[in-house]
Ligand binder design. Structure first.
Ligand SMILES: [Zn+2]
Length: 424
């Protein structure tokens, strides 16, 4: 049988299988390994994997890549990003390392509202071009699927503008994208004194408009889900307001997810679990109650340690990823790419931080960055592992031992990215 592509002589083929449900707790601690493996690809999908000699005898291929003993893993899935934004916040970064507090930065016009101003002012083309370059950097570092949130518009027009940009990016860029509506990211200045009025606007106007956009978008035609997200925190949205937003989205077919327990744990995580949220993200201050609730639910815990690293946090202020896995949670990792708290493109860097600070093993961080993060963006039936029928999103590493992903830090461990069967 003639097919498009074979990868042969793979020293360590690491499939990261587990498409039906996310891997939880101790299930994350071991990865299957196929030695001297090969992968057969046709029309962008994986058609077979197995022994290198047997597979190369069985299939004739248009293109053959000799991996020369190197390791091959699935493409990374980055399940939490804010990739579309106007401007940058390098000025704040400099203020912060010179000792300015969050409040001082806010009163100097910084924070999410500063990015909101730039995003409102930017044209659709400007947002598109800037985000396209960011996706190029992520892809070069091995990320082949990316969730992208709105949340820098904070009015109906700009939130819809961001969604149109995400749809254009998905058509133009090799990465597979998943959209999330995060109108409840923070309060826009015009609603500073009227938070419930802003929640009314989200529920009564934005969410119906977003649902209408989604119904016409190619995402809904392709069966890619739409998420509804909220930032549950002091100075953002309380639990009751957050629940209203998530329920309104859920009623129109969106899947709930949440930013919770970043600075204060006051019930957001438990509320989101109650709604069947796909994930709860950040979890920096989650305690044993929150962790136990996550462990006994289907909601995936998503620490975002690049944000802690970027903010210069003490080790004790990082999410307790080790306790989450030990308690039996399903855990996924993401960059949280955004212009303020996490200007980070690199899943390998997130893994390296997680290994060293949260004491996760290389196997746990690999599972958390591939199949579990595919579950966290509702795409586990298509991406996140090397299994027959899935997209051929494959990374040939520079090393023969896949654990070098976690061991070396600061470089790019990926030699070749293959997306939907195409060598990038
Ligand atoms: Zn975020």
């Amino acid at each position: 049988m003639k097919i498009d592509l074979i990868l042969k002589n793979i020293g360590q083929l690491v499939p990261c299988s587990g498409s039906d449900t996310p891997l939880k707790g101790a299930e994350m601690s071991a990865v299957d390994l196929l030695k001297n493996g090969a992968i057969a690809v046709n029309e962008g999908k994986i058609v077979a994997l197995g022994d290198s000699v047997a597979l190369t005898e069985k299939y004739a291929a248009e293109q053959i890549i000799d991996c020369a003993g190197k390791a091959v893993i699935p493409g990374f899935v980055d399940s939490h990003t804010h990739t579309v934004f106007g401007g940058d916040r390098v000025h704040e970064f400099e203020m912060r390392i010179q000792g300015a507090s969050y409040m001082e930065i806010m009163s100097a016009g910084g924070g999410i509202v500063s990015t909101m101003r730039h995003t409102r002012a930017a044209t659709e083309d400007e947002l598109f071009e800037a985000a396209l370059k960011r996706l190029d950097q992520m892809l070069a570092l091995g990320t082949t699927t990316v969730e992208i949130k709105t949340g820098y518009g904070l009015n109906t027009d700009t939130e819809l503008k961001m969604l149109r940009v995400i749809e254009r990016l998905d058509k133009a860029h090799a990465c597979t994208l998943i959209p999330t509506f995060l109108g409840a990211h923070t309060l826009p200045p015009e609603y500073k004194e009227d938070p419930n009025g802003y929640v009314d606007l989200i529920v009564d106007e934005m969410i119906p408009a977003v649902a209408e956009w989604y119904a016409q978008s190619h995402f809904s035609k392709d069966g890619v889900p739409l998420f509804v997200d909220v930032f549950t925190e002091d100075h953002a949205f309380d639990v009751a307001q957050s629940e209203r937003v998530l329920l309104a989205g859920q009623a129109l077919g969106m899947i709930p997810t949440i930013h919770s327990d970043q600075f204060n744990a006051f019930g957001g995580t438990q509320m989101a679990i109650g709604l069947g949220a796909i994930s709860a993200d950040h979890l920096d201050v989650s305690g044993s109650d929150e962790i136990a609730a996550l462990a006994s639910s289907n909601t995936i815990a998503v620490p975002l340690p690049a944000a802690n690293f970027n903010l210069g946090h003490d080790i004790a202020a990082y999410p307790n990823g080790r306790a989450m896995i030990d308690a039996g949670c399903a855990l996924a990792l993401a960059t949280d790419l955004n212009p303020g708290s996490a200007p980070c493109y690199s899943m390998p860097l997130v893994m390296a931080i997680s290994n060293r600070i949260m004491r996760l093993t290389p196997a746990e961080t690999l599972i958390a960055s591939t199949i579990n993060s595919a579950h966290a963006c509702g795409m586990a039936q298509r991406v996140g592992s090397i299994e027959v029928g899935k997209a051929a999103d494959l990374l040939i590493l520079k090393a023969a031992d896949w654990r070098h992903l976690s061991y070396f830090l600061g470089g790019n461990p990926v030699e070749t990215v293959i997306k939907d069967g195409e060598v990038i």
